[in-house]
Design a protein around this ligand. Structure first.
Ligand code: PAF
Length: 286
């Protein structure tokens, strides 16, 4: 496995792969890798000739400086894991390598068709502009046939699908296929996240109420006369009743439009909860 830190070196390697007609699978990450990332990488290794993993804590998608500063980073451990599971290249640039000063300081404009106006987009203004900025750059540099993203960030996945559909129409990313992979959970049910590293043992126990409540809500949705509004409120009240947890939002929305829905068909419930200072997200499909 080779670690690459410059765009020029990555482009040279990709050019060689293209010449050899090797298919490329890309797994974009911000590092602090866990079993959830590993599942994406294993799949990319299995389905492509070459697997490229980017490890880059993207500053432009953080609207909170403290969150950016505290985001866990451990490239040595990440590289060790990636080499063990068969990734071929790790792209780990510095922010200065990735962006010019101007790019770093101006919002990347993109037409989200409203997908950025709800949930994460509403709570973290500009977040998805930064995500689209970095992901589109990674696509241009890596020219993958397939790119893999976790379903835990469901809204991010919907936005990337939208971005690729729009740009493919203009012929930008060729035949790029976006592959959403299921959430990987701890045995306890807690959705795996790099942010879990910031939880104390006590907070990890407390956080279990999040996934438990989401799973319980599948049963509540089947109760006679249950409405989406009732289930939504019951999830919020149940989680908020746990000391140490505070729901930022829980919204049951249509899986495609991400707009509120009044039916459980094709619906997904997306939650963001503060567990102490750590912001956790999770979701459940009804
Ligand atoms: O999901 C993430 O880790 C990030 O948002 C991504 C897609 C790697 C872009 O920085």
């Amino acid at each position: 496995m080779q670690i690459i830190t410059t765009k020029a070196a990555l482009e040279a390697v990709i050019e060689e792969c293209k010449k050899e007609k090797q298919s490329i699978g890309l797994v974009p990450t911000m590092g602090a890798l866990h079993e959830g990332h590993a599942s994406l990488v294993r799949r990319a290794v299995a389905e492509n000739d070459i697997c490229v993993v980017s490890v880059f804590v993207n500053p432009t998608q953080f609207n909170n400086k403290e969150d950016l500063a505290k985001y866990p980073r451990n490239i040595e451990r990440d590289a060790e894991l990636l080499s063990r599971i068969g990734a071929h290249y790790v792209f780990a640039p510095t922010p200065e390598e990735m962006y010019s000063a101007q790019e770093m300081n101006t919002t990347f404009e993109f037409d989200f068709a409203g997908l950025d106006k709800v949930m994460e987009g509403k709570m973290r203004p500009g977040h998805f502009n930064g995500v689209v900025q970095v992901v589109s750059r990674l696509f241009y540099l890596t020219r993958p046939e397939k790119a893999y993203f976790g379903e835990k960030d469901f809204q991010q996945l919907a936005i990337i699908h939208h971005m690729v559909e729009r740009s493919s129409m203009a012929g930008t990313f060729g035949k790029l296929e976006i592959i959403g992979c299921p959430i990987v959970r701890e045995e306890s049910g807690l959705a795996m996240s790099s942010r879990n590293e910031r939880l104390s043992e006590q907070e990890k126990q407390t956080a279990l109420a999040i996934s438990k409540t989401l799973f319980d809500s599948l049963k509540w949705a089947k109760e006679a006369g249950a409405t989406v509004a009732d289930v939504q409120q019951r999830v919020i009240d149940t989680i908020n009743a746990v000391p140490g947890l505070e729901v930022e939002y829980y919204e049951i929305v249509d899986q495609t439009t991400l707009l509120p829905t009044d039916t459980f068909e094709h619906a997904i419930g997306c939650v963001t909860v503060y567990c102490g200072p750590v912001r956790l997200i999770d979701n459940i499909k009804y």
